[in-house]
Ligand binder design. Sequence first.
Ligand code: PRX
Length: 571
Amino acid sequence: MKVEALPAIKGNHNLANYEEAYASFDWKEVEENFSWSKTGKINAAYEAIDRHADGAKKNKVALYYRDANRDEKYTFEEMKELSNKAANVLKQHTDLQKGDRVFVFMPRSPELYFVILGAIKLGAIVGPLFEAFMESAVKDRLEDSEAKVIVTTKELLPRVPIDELPALKHVVVVGEDVKEEGKIIDFFAHFENASKDLEIEWVDRRDGLLLHYTSGSTGKPKGVLHVHNAMIQHYQTAKWVLDLKEEDIYWCTADPGWVTGTVYGIFGPWLLGVTNVIVGGRFSPDYWYETIEKYGVTVWYSAPTAFRMLMSAGDELVKKYNLSSLRHILSVGEPLNPEVIRWGMKVFNKRIHDTWWMTETGGHLICNYPCMDIRPGSMGKPIPGVKAAIIDDHGNELPPNRMGNLAIKKGWPSMMQAIWNNPEKYESYFIGDWYVSGDSAYMDEDGYFWFQGRVDDVIMTSGERVGPFEVESKLVEHPAVAEAGVIGKPDPVRGEIIKAFVALRSGYEASEDLKEDIRQFVKKGLAAHAAPREIEFCEKLPKTRSGKIMRRVLKAWELNLPTGDLSTLED
Ligand code: PRX
């Protein structure tokens, strides 16, 4: 299908000439932007905050924060001091050490960022959790990583199964009137008087920085480990792809529970010393447009689901706000529909730039740049320093226009360092020198990549990656459920919704009430976004002879597609 290209934008972009940069760029060049290239002392939080606080940007606003109850701003110097204080609370009251895992389980607030940065300054590995997680989701992640500390709020504390986690030594609670007993520590009781001076823990570039749990098609969520070396990619992609400049006001809408919210909600902008806007609370079209107007946001990074929801809120709403500050808009997480790009041109008078990457890749890999023509529907081209290709299942590169596995040549700076506790899983991502993404795609004759779908059964719903196995496992814990198969069903706003096929145990009658009960069970046990929006009862699920549920067959039924090879079907 031929789609009309949108021409490159004229102007002064950080990446001025894509082809030239692609031909000559070497990652080594980036290192001189960091103080460690001179001092040999490495810590990503130091580079993101303290380096600016100790220099000319001391009084520059690092963070604008707002939610329904708060409206605050912090300079780089204040961010340095407050993250030092948070580090001192952790150091003195939890003995958090280099390499220890500390989880943050709380909604967005300035304190969340002080704690993340403070923990990194101690050399600890930070595992961010979505506030939507329920008890079993929290437990799986803390258990697998043997976390020593969790920082949470009073509201979320009941979802932390403290007594079932022997490795967990301390639970730091951010909130008012926290009662210190057992493992519980009151954050604010110690924060106020904590010292604002700190000896930063210097690390090796291969030491752990972030541990993001993400879902695959089988098994429990996996801990993707990123290391301090990733800052090289965070810096360079924030420069080229986000096109951040000194005077920009940047807003990334993602929560740090998601890799976009750490890499491009913390490191990207702050490594470049750029003013960062963080907004707490739920999605709301008015509030979002108001945020752009209030701060004069120039660079805005969001997701297709959010753009589609803004689109359905109507064009009249956009006109109520002055959004003329916007210079550059980007999207990540799911395919960006050409229709959304056209809408963006109409209401913002700007192209929306699609970016492709994954939790495992730790940073942008294939993107659209202001200096490049856009082909709506394409993820763009690999960033300079990255080789991408379409390969077959044996690692052979395929010619243009052939669909296959989207793969990246090993060796970009932010590539995951490990899957926590699971070297076999880590190895399984690679064929020879290729990292295999699990996405299928093709490349056209001009080198643009086009996303086609997931190779596996992973579901992307409203930009969140949900493993069907996790949902199925929770479903079968319900007393009425004998077996369950879960698929992603295409949805115009959410990308996909979760649909569950459920076979009931004998003695249970199918009913709408039972569906609702099952849905609530997953919602309360796992997370709201993991609960199936649709449930269909069936007698029996299609399974292989070895007993594996054939989700591909369920999907084909659902979409009225041919079921393909059924030779391994049970009967
Ligand atoms: O299927 C791809 C989809 O999101 C997956 C990665 O999900 P996650 O690890 O949660 O990280 C998302 C944000 C970094 C990919 O395997 N995906 C991500 N970006 C795009 C996309 N699909 C299509 N177009 C994109 N731009």
